[in-house]
Ligand binder design. Structure first.
Ligand SMILES: Cc1cc2nc3c(=O)[nH]c(=O)nc-3n(C[C@H](O)[C@H](O)[C@H](O)COP(=O)(O)OP(=O)(O)OC[C@H]3O[C@@H](n4cnc5c(N)ncnc54)[C@H](O)[C@@H]3O)c2cc1C
Length: 509
């Protein structure tokens, strides 16, 4: 395999030119090549280019060997079908284990209908929504697959996604993303694969408790959302991949004696700009030749660090509540990222000094912010919004500028400082003009702030030991973001693979 690095193409050049450049460098003809890395170098706006690594070989590609399978597989329940649970289940079926997947929300198609109803008629289903249902919290996202590295389990995650219908470019782009539209089909393909290999999904089914013997889990208790009927499933292992919004389940686990600790987290707002303005600021004259621009900013202008998170180029702000009487927002985009606005979370780090020391103080703090946002929005899940120019002067906005809010359930002008902690308000006021120094237009007077962004990460950690099992209950494997072991789609999915491998290793002899 020959590899050529650092090949540069201008944004207006065709990828077909890669072959010509490679032939010139190697001084021999090449028939086929494969892109192994592609990133955008936009450090100098007047000289932007794509940078590629390509590989080619005359030999046929080596086939991947199938994984070894367990001869006597254990009985495994995977609780939660977000990236952590789903990828755990995927790897388990590849290892010969047929898990049962317990998911409180609906299958992705029905879930989409329920969510559309919430967006348009403001009828919330507290069991199936943007946080809960097939695919978990990431289904209605931008589908960014950010990784620090494309090696090891992260690589496996990207390869599984690509094999089940995600765009192939995720295997080589340095900032890969799927988009919510493409992600939904990928989830259905994964479901088909798992079911064909003996795995079983129970949708609309909530995990409500467990029984244990000699410090080890023996069965899980479940409840059917439609009939209210309860049942019990015997297990050797249960993978707890419940995400960061399963507040009722966290409470049940704590009451049942599962060891948990409080965690710090961040809270904030979404900020929306015109996508074209962001692209112009980032790419100058090349902006029309390139996909909608993203950004990542940090400000230390205030004693509290403020950072941008989950940027959605050409995306929309979405209603992301999972509880009645609370407004929570997040961001989503489709693969094409071709919406009029771009949005991003603007987060301020909170500590236990802000919300209290007890286990659920952080959860109450998040819930209280969501309740205040709900009241400021006038009820019915409308979100409170404020133009940046008014936020900085503590004035309620009275009319929109060029930027129109994309939050589908309706918005109301309101003073966001009444929903946010005081320290967050002053930190945001210091950070936005500071960030504008690095990204011109970030502090545009008509940029829209929408409140509140509270579901950034889990307010608790379910403690697990070196064997990845709960420190108080053997056979229970806390996994993914809700348990405090990952953040984002890729790392949660990678944690799922790690737990599946751990179960395989426990039973392989
Ligand atoms: C709108 C939005 C956009 C996002 N965009 C991105 C992005 O672009 N890139 C990125 O990397 N990350 C993004 N994230 C974050 C990402 O989605 C999460 O980090 C990731 O989904 C966490 O995976 P998880 O499997 O640990 O938990 P989750 O995805 O939260 O999945 C947990 C699952 O468990 C189920 N569950 C909970 N309790 C129970 C119970 N008692 N019984 C049965 N089932 C239960 C839930 O219904 C849910 O399906 C976004 C999140 C949101 C909400």
């Amino acid at each position: 395999m020959i590899r050529l690095d650092n090949i540069k193409l201008r944004p207006d050049e065709s990828e077909q030119n890669l072959i010509k450049i490679a032939q010139k460098r190697l001084k021999k003809p090449i028939k086929q090549f494969k892109i192994v890395k592609k990133s955008l170098d936009a450090r100098d706006k007047n000289n932007i280019f794509w940078v590629y690594s390509i590989a080619f070989s005359d030999e046929p590609e080596e086939m991947k060997q199938p994984l070894e399978r367990l001869a006597r597989p254990p009985k495994v329940a995977v609780i939660g079908s977000g990236p952590a649970g789903l990828f755990c289940a995927l790897r388990l079926v590849d290892r010969g284990v047929a898990p049962v997947i317990i998911e409180r929300g609906e299958r992705v198609d029905e879930r989409s209908e329920t969510i559309n109803k919430f967006f348009t008629e403001r009828v919330l289903n507290t069991e199936s929504n943007v946080q809960f249902g097939e695919g978990g919290a990431g289904t209605y996202s931008d589908g960014k697959l950010n990784t620090q590295t494309h090696d090891g389990l992260n690589r496996d995650v990207l390869e599984y996604f690509a094999a089940f219908g995600a765009p192939q470019e995720i295997l080589y782009l340095n900032k890969p993303h799927i988009g919510s539209d493409r992600l939904k089909n990928t989830l259905k393909n994964i479901r088909g694969y798992i079911e064909n290999r003996g795995g079983k999904y129970l949708f609309n089914t909530k995990f409500i408790g467990f029984s244990a013997k000699d410090g080890a889990i023996k069965s899980i208790k479940i409840k059917d959302a439609a009939t209210g009927e309860e049942g019990e499933i015997e297990v050797d292992c249960a993978v707890l991949a419940i995400g960061h919004s399963a507040r009722d389940t966290f409470e049940m686990l704590a009451k049942s004696g599962v060891e948990m600790t409080a965690r710090d987290f961040a809270v904030g707002v979404r900020i929306e700009h015109l996508a074209h303005e962001i692209s112009l600021a980032q790419y100058g004259k090349y902006c029309k030749l390139l996909p909608a621009a993203d950004y990542k900013l940090v400000s230390h202008a205030h004693e509290r660090t403020v950072f941008t998170f989950c940027m959605c180029p050409g995306g929309v702000v979405i209603p992301a509540a999972s509880e009645s009487g609370g407004v929570a927002v997040n961001g989503m985009s489709n693969y094409a990222r071709d919406g009029i606005n771009s949005n991003c979370a603007l987060m301020v780090q909170m500590t236990r000094g802000d919300f209290g020391e007890d286990l659920f103080a952080g959860m109450r703090f998040q819930r209280e912010m969501e309740r205040r946002a709900y009241l400021l929005g006038g009820g019915q899940f409308k979100a409170p919004i404020q133009l940046y120019k008014d936020f900085k002067e503590d004035r309620i906005s009275s009319r929109l500028g060029e930027v129109q809010p994309t939050y589908a359930a309706g918005t109301e002008f309101a003073p966001l400082n009444e929903a946010l902690p005081k320290v967050a308000v002053s930190a945001l006021k210091a950070a936005i003009p500071d960030m504008d120094r690095r990204l011109r237009g970030f502090a545009a007077p008509d940029a829209i702030l929408t409140g509140v962004e509270t579901r950034f990460s889990s307010p608790v950690r379910i403690e697990r030991g070196g064997d990845l099992q709960s420190v108080t209950l053997k056979g229970l494997f806390p996994c993914g973001e809700g348990s405090g072991y990952s953040g984002g789609i890729t790392s949660s999915a990678a944690d799922g693979l790690k737990v599946a491998e751990c179960i395989y290793n426990m039973y392989k002899n």
